[in-house]
Design a protein around this ligand. Structure first.
Ligand code: 13P
Length: 247
């Protein structure tokens, strides 16, 4: 049995006060039972990691990216060790907005994920095909090659989460069909099995226009162990129902 993970990726949204209010609202509106069913994570912008970790209670805090080494002359990067020392538990790496918009390749993503794991963080490695790749029937091949290139050797259920986010479903209101999501997640699990030995406990999240009204059906799929939520994670009214959908 895998414990669900509902993760909010705030991207470049929400300032200090808004972030504090949102975390407080999530705490006020949730019960112990909600946290019994799943881990709840929010990933704010870097400068909010420490202040939010101080008030987050049962909610976990994650970063949206990290540097590929512990320390050194890497202007603008953030050390995963520093993140861990500030109360951060997870870090998203290889989001499609960084793969495409910041030209990050599998090798860099693997190095970042490895550095995060070495610092004691759980790396959430994102993979996903473009619309054209899906239309050409190449979705599984593309995702398999992203996994092979970006998962660090020796990863396990404690230090690795995989997020499948079809690029065409991000922020568009389009979601993959339930059958396509289950098929892709099963294929990812098979590939993780090949790469790492045992993948039965590794959590695989779905991301891409997850909302209150589609969360229950997606989360009920056999190989979907949680969600990586963008837009709907920015307000308690839209994020809370997704957390509650894990019941
Ligand atoms: P949306 O939920 O806004 O589609 O974003 C998904 C995402 O990119 C999460 O990382």
């Amino acid at each position: 049995m895998r414990r669900a993970l509902i993760a909010g990726n705030w991207k470049m949204n929400l300032g200090l006060e808004e972030g504090m209010v949102l975390v407080q609202s999530l705490l006020n509106q949730s019960s112990a039972e909600d946290f019994a069913n799943c881990d709840v994570l929010v990933c704010p912008q870097m400068p909010l990691i420490a202040p939010l970790a101080d008030i987050a209670g049962n909610i976990k805090i994650g970063a949206q990216d990290c540097g590929a080494t512990d320390s050194g002359a890497f202007t603008g990067d953030t050390s995963p060790q520093l993140l861990a020392s500030l109360g951060c538990d997870y870090v998203i790496v290889g989001h499609s907005e960084r793969r495409a918009g910041r030209f990050e390749d599998d090798g860099l993503i693997q190095a970042k994920a490895g550095a995060a794991q070495k610092a004691g963080l759980t790396a959430i490695v994102c993979v996903g095909e473009s619309e054209m790749e899906r239309e050409l029937g190449n979705a599984e091949t593309i995702v398999a090659s992203q996994l092979a290139g970006s998962i660090p050797e020796g990863s396990n259920a404690e230090n690795l989460v995989v997020a499948y986010e079809p690029v065409w479903a991000i922020g568009t209101g389009k979601t993959a069909s339930e059958a396509d999501v289950q098929e892709m997640h099963a294929s990812i699990r098979d590939q993780l099995e090949d790469l790492l030995g045992d993948a039965s406990k590794i959590r695989i999240l779905y991301g891409g226009s997850v909302k209150a009204d589609n969360a229950k059906a997606l989360l009920a799929l056999k190989d979907v162990d949680g969600a990586l939520v963008g837009g709907a994670s920015l307000k308690a009214e839209s994020f809370m129902p997704i957390i509650k959908a894990t019941k």
